[in-house]
Design a protein around this ligand. Structure first.
Ligand code: FES
Length: 69
């Protein structure tokens, strides 16, 4: 019996998938990662989408003009 892969959904951040992983995109591209954990972007702000580049951390809070708050 295979051990289930752990996929962790974080609050306001990426989905963390235990690697290695093969990611198939709608446009036909395929990305492979042999990292121990791969972070998948869910905010769509990442410059390296579908991988997370931590851009989600600079997301503004509703009603705030300061991106750091
Ligand atoms: S979830 Fe991290 S950059 Fe989108």
């Amino acid at each position: 019996m295979r051990t289930p892969r752990t996929i962790r959904v974080t609050a306001g951040g990426p989905i963390l998938v235990e690697g290695p992983v093969r990611i198939e995109l709608p446009d036909g591209r395929v990305l492979e990662s042999d990292r121990f954990v791969t972070a998948l972007c869910v905010c769509r702000r990442s410059a390296i989408y579908p991988l997370c580049d931590t851009s989600h951390r600079s997301r503004r809070r509703a009603g705030s003009a300061d991106p750091a708050s």
